[in-house]
Design a binder for this molecule. Structure first.
Ligand SMILES: *[C@@H]1O[C@H](CO)[C@@H](O)[C@H](O)[C@H]1NC(C)=O
Ligand SMILES: *[C@@H]1O[C@H](CO)[C@@H](O)[C@H](O)[C@H]1NC(C)=O
Ligand SMILES: *[C@@H]1O[C@H](CO)[C@@H](O)[C@H](O)[C@H]1NC(C)=O
Ligand SMILES: *[C@@H]1O[C@H](CO)[C@@H](O)[C@H](O)[C@H]1NC(C)=O
Ligand SMILES: *[C@@H]1O[C@H](CO)[C@@H](O)[C@H](O)[C@H]1NC(C)=O
Length: 424
C-alpha cells in the first residue's frame, strides 16, 4: 500500500549534534487516569461537513476526488509558511477569510507547568505545540508554549520535526524534552515539538494548541538534521507503568467524552469487548475490516482496504463501494459535490451501519447516530458521518465510529477492543 501520509523532513545547514537518547525518568503518581474532552465554548458554529471531509482528505493526502480543496481551504493555497528552526518571524499569515472551523474539542495538557489544549490523535505520533517562537499573528487566540519560562525544558540540539500533509498544511519546528502532565500522570523527559511554523489551517483552529499523537512511535517525525530519530509518544513512555498498557476513547454523541489511560472501564459499554489484532506495519492502529452490514444485512467488500482507528478524524471514511451501498438504503440520499459528500433529507430514516472487526466480529453504529451535521440553517439537508474514502486505499474510522463504540487501544498485545456504547 502506498504511503498515504506525507512526511517532509526539513533539511538543515547546521551540523547536527549527536542526540543522546532522552532518559526515561518517570514520575507516575497514579496507575490510571482520565482526560476530559470537552466542547470548546468559544466555537461559534456547529460542525461543518465539507470542512470535516476536507480535513480528513488532507490529513491522509487523498487526492482530489470530488473535493475541491482549493475552494474551502486557504491553507491549500498558502502551504506551510516559515522555515523551521531559525526562529525568525516569517509569514504566519492568518487567512483573510477565516471560516469558523475552530476545534470542537479541548483536552488540557500541562507542559513544563504551562497548560495547553491539545487534540488527542490516534492517527499520528508527534506531540507538537504552538510555541512563542511563532509570530504573534499565528498564536492569536492560542496558548503558546514558552520554553524560556519552563524550568524543566531541555532543547535537543539540532533536532527538528516537520509534519506535513498532502496540501502543505502542517507544522514544523524545533524539539526538546519537558515534563508533560496529562490527567495527573507525568513523564519527565517527554519529547515536545515546538512549532516555529504552522499552516494557516492550524492558525485558524483557534484554541487547539497542538496535538498529542497516540499512534505508534515509528511515525514520529523528529530528525536530527540528517536522519530520522523518532521519539516516543507520551503513551509509549507511560505504558509500562500503567495498570494495563491501554488507553480508551469514550466519546459521547455530542463529541465530548473522556480518554482514560491504564484501565478499561467495563461500565462504559455493554456486552463483551471484541478484540482484534492490530497490524503495526504502517504505524497506525490498523486492522482488517472487509465486510459490513446495513441494517443487519451482511455484505462483503471484495477489495477492502485496511481500516485504522483515528480519533483525530471527525468522519468515518469507508471504501467508496461501502458508502454507496449504505446510502443506496437511504431515501433521497445523493453524493453532492457542493456539500462535499453524501447528503440526505434530515428527516430520512437511516439504517444501522455495521463494520467488520477482523474476520468474524462486527460492531454497529446505530442509524440515528450516523448524521454528522445539517448542511443548511433550516436543517433540511444533512451531511452523513459516514463518507467514501475516494479510493484512498485506507478506511479511516473516526469520531462517527467512536461515538457509537467504546474503543480500547492496547499497546501491550497491540490490539483494539470494541464495546458497544449504551444507546442514549
Ligand atoms: C528563516 O525563515 C525565514 C522566514 O521564512 C526565511 O526567509 C529565511 O530564509 C530562513 N533563514 C534560514 C537561515 O533558514
Ligand atoms: C516577531 O514579531 C513580533 C511582533 O509581531 C516581535 O515582537 C518580535 O520581536 C519578532 N521576533 C523576531 C525574532 O523578529
Ligand atoms: C489483548 O489483550 C486483551 C486484554 O488486555 C485480551 O482480552 C485480548 O484478547 C488480547 N487480544 C489479542 C488480539 O491478543
Ligand atoms: C500489514 O500491513 C501492511 C501495510 O499496511 C501490509 O502490507 C501487510 O500485508 C499487512 N500484514 C498482514 C499480516 O496483514
Ligand atoms: C437546526 O439544528 C440546530 C442543532 O440541532 C439547532 O440549534 C437549530 O435551532 C435548528 N434550526 C432550525 C431552524 O430548526
Amino acid at each position: 500500500m502506498a504511503s498515504f501520509r506525507l512526511f517532509v523532513f526539513v533539511a538543515t545547514l547546521l551540523v547536527a549534534l549527536a542526540l543522546a537518547a532522552p532518559t526515561e525518568k518517570r514520575n507516575i503518581q497514579k496507575r490510571s487516569f482520565k482526560v476530559p474532552r470537552s466542547l470548546n465554548p468559544k466555537r461559534k458554529r456547529g460542525p461543518n461537513g465539507a470542512d470535516a471531509m476536507r480535513k480528513a482528505y488532507m490529513k491522509y493526502n487523498i487526492p482530489g476526488g470530488f473535493i475541491d480543496i482549493s475552494k474551502n481551504s486557504q491553507s491549500a493555497k498558502e502551504g506551510l509558511k516559515i522555515n523551521a528552526a531559525n526562529g525568525t518571524n516569517g509569514t504566519g499569515t492568518v487567512a483573510a477569510n477565516p471560516e469558523d472551523n475552530a476545534a470542537l474539542f479541548l483536552s488540557p495538557v500541562s507542559i513544563g507547568g504551562q497548560t495547553l489544549n491539545l487534540d488527542f490523535d490516534s492517527g499520528s505520533s508527534d506531540l507538537w505545540v504552538f510555541s512563542t517562537q511563532l509570530p504573534d499573528q499565528a498564536t492569536q487566540g492560542h496558548s503558546a508554549f514558552d520554553a524560556e519560562k519552563s524550568k524543566s525544558f531541555k532543547l535537543m540540539d539540532g533536532a527538528q520535526f516537520s509534519i506535513s500533509y498532502g496540501d502543505g498544511s502542517g507544522a514544523a519546528g524545533i524539539v526538546g524534552t519537558d515534563k508533560v502532565d496529562i490527567g495527573g500522570v507525568s513523564v519527565d523527559n517527554q519529547a515536545v515539538e515546538l512549532a516555529t511554523a504552522v499552516s494557516a489551517s492550524f492558525v485558524q483552529d483557534t484554541n487547539t494548541d497542538g496535538l498529542v499523537g497516540l499512534a505508534f512511535s515509528q511515525l514520529n517525525t523528529v530528525n536530527d538534521g540528517t536522519k530520522k530519530t523518532p521519539q516516543k509518544t507520551f503513551f509509549d513512555n507511560v505504558m509500562g507503568d500503567l495498570d494495563m498498557p491501554v488507553f480508551t476513547a469514550d466519546l459521547d454523541p455530542d463529541g465530548t467524552g473522556v480518554y482514560e489511560f491504564g484501565k478499561i472501564d467495563a461500565t462504559k459499554f455493554t456486552g463483551d469487548m471484541q478484540w482484534v489484532a492490530v497490524n503495526t506495519t504502517s504505524g497506525f492502529w490498523q486492522f482488517e475490516s472487509s465486510s459490513f452490514a446495513v441494517d443487519g444485512k451482511v455484505a462483503q467488500n471484495p477489495n477492502a482496504s485496511p481500516a485504522i482507528a483515528d480519533t483525530g478524524t471527525s468522519l468515518m471514511l469507508v471504501d467508496q463501494a461501502v458508502a454507496e451501498a449504505y446510502y443506496s438504503q437511504v431515501q433521497g440520499a445523493q453524493e453532492d459535490q457542493q456539500a462535499g459528500g453524501f447528503v440526505y433529507p434530515c428527516n430520512a430514516k437511516l439504517p444501522d451501519m455495521s463494520f467488520a472487526i477482523g474476520a468474524d466480529q462486527m460492531a454497529t453504529i446505530p442509524g440515528n447516530q450516523v448524521t454528522f451535521a445539517a448542511v443548511d440553517d433550516a436543517n433540511t439537508t444533512c451531511f452523513g458521518g459516514i463518507q467514501g474514502n475516494g479510493g484512498a486505499g485506507i478506511q479511516i474510522y473516526g469520531d462517527t465510529m467512536f461515538k457509537a463504540q467504546f474503543v480500547a487501544f492496547n499497546g501491550g498485545n497491540q490490539s483494539l477492543g470494541f464495546g458497544a456504547k449504551p444507546t442514549q
